[in-house]
Design a protein around this ligand. Structure first.
Ligand code: PHB
Length: 395
């Protein structure tokens, strides 16, 4: 026969907590801080991504307080230098040693894919604020994404191109997950619309030299060049496009908004005027919430303009904060994950939701043109496709 031990004070408190449901549980949880392990590339080629997301996360906390449902929120920022082995190692340390409640950040796709198995094993929600290959949400049931996907923005751009006399296109993408998604979904849609991708060029992710590829494009003389490169590489590709005189040779540049990202756009100069892109966020988005966001971000960061990475980080923090409120301060991974799914809110980018089935973000995709407004270059929105789900999920 098993001996039954009399419950101690803690056992009684736990029984009461269990009997009365979630409301009583924070009694224990509230003692401990709620920890968010934010892994970002703070140095190297993707350093601007880290800087933008960290600044946005801190802004969100400054605006919304660092105590949520009675728990002190701690942000633990780590630099993975955008090397996936480093991302995985840092994530492991954060989960095992620091006992974080949530992992977040993920500057590039290989980092997110390297961390996803750990999220599954440890039942830790992984809020992907940057990486944008469609398949990332399928790598772990604990991934929730607040950035975007390349199929989501590439399909609307193909439709715009077909509607604007662009038939023959050469594609130029970074040779890894998001680039391959962009190439595939842009090209399939253009073909379905009666157009054609005549050549598909891929450049290495690390230290790319665009010159030989752009020379090929010049020789091929398509109606347009479609480009995707990740945030941080935009200025280099734009500079080379302009220097090689592709625009003057009658080749239009069309791109995902990664190429005209807001923090780099002014430095690209007048050569960027007229470039049409599709994306989910522009600092020029004309909503009162976005105006407030841009102003507060610039004020807190010496005039730095927020780009789409910042909004992914800001909204990621919102998703985490609201999940913590819903679970009344209980940091349990499964409860948090459940409370992240299905959130609906207004972001500085416009209305968004987290699809409860796919855990991916559903959002408006805007067509934009680079214009000069009040002396500065902006991506000015001229059309919108509302409530776009990731087309990559309907395979
Ligand atoms: C990615 O690696 O998934 C990624 C990074 C930067 C971007 C887009 C996608 O701008």
């Amino acid at each position: 026969m098993q001996k039954r031990r009399l419950p101690g004070a803690r056992g009684i408190a736990l029984s009461i907590a269990l009997a009365t449901g979630l409301a009583a549980l924070p009694v224990f949880a509230q003692d401990k801080p709620f920890k968010i392990g934010l892994i970002l590339p703070m140095t190297g080629q993707q350093a601007t991504t880290g800087r933008q997301i960290e600044a946005a996360a801190k802004l969100y906390m400054a605006q919304n307080g660092d105590t949520v449902a009675g728990r002190k929120v701690q942000l633990l920022v780590r630099d993975d230098t955008s090397l996936p082995d480093m991302t995985r190692r840092l994530a492991q340390e954060l989960v095992v040693n620091d006992k974080v409640n949530v992992l977040a950040g993920m500057g590039i796709t290989p980092s997110a894919l390297a961390t996803a198995p750990l999220a599954t094993q440890s039942k830790t929600p992984l809020v992907v604020m940057s990486a944008a290959t469609s398949s990332i949400t399928e790598a772990s049931p604990y991934v929730v994404r607040t950035s975007f996907t390349l199929p989501q923005v590439s399909v609307p751009l193909a439709d715009w191109a077909s509607g604007n006399g662009i038939k023959k296109v050469v594609t130029l993408v970074s040779d890894y997950g998001p680039g391959i998604d962009a190439e595939k979904y842009f090209s399939q849609r253009l073909s379905a619309n009666g157009g054609q991708v005549t050549e598909a060029l891929r450049v290495p992710l690390r230290s790319p030299d665009f010159a030989p590829f752009l020379q090929k494009v010049r020789d091929a003389k398509p109606d347009a060049l479609f480009v995707f490169v990740p945030s941080g590489a935009s200025a280099a590709v734009m500079k080379q496009f302009l220097e090689r005189g592709l625009g003057k040779a009658g080749i239009r540049l069309i791109a995902t908004g990664d190429v005209t990202e807001d923090d780099q756009l002014n430095a690209m100069g007048d050569g960027a005027l007229g470039v049409v892109t599709s994306h989910h966020y522009s600092a020029a988005h004309p909503s009162p919430l976005n105006k407030q966001f841009v102003q507060a971000f610039e004020q807190a960061n010496k005039g730095l303009r927020p780009n789409f990475m910042a909004v992914g980080g800001y909204d990621g923090m919102r998703v985490i904060y609201e999940a913590l409120k819903t679970t009344r301060g209980v940091g349990d991974g499964d409860a948090l994950l459940a409370a992240m799914k299905g959130q609906v809110f207004e972001s500085p980018r416009g209305p968004v939701s987290i699809d409860a089935q796919t855990r991916d973000i559903v959002q408006n995709v805007y067509l934009r043109k680079v214009e000069r407004v009040d002396g500065q270059l902006y991506n000015v929105e001229f059309d919108v496709i509302e409530g776009v789900k990731d087309p990559g999920k309907s395979r």
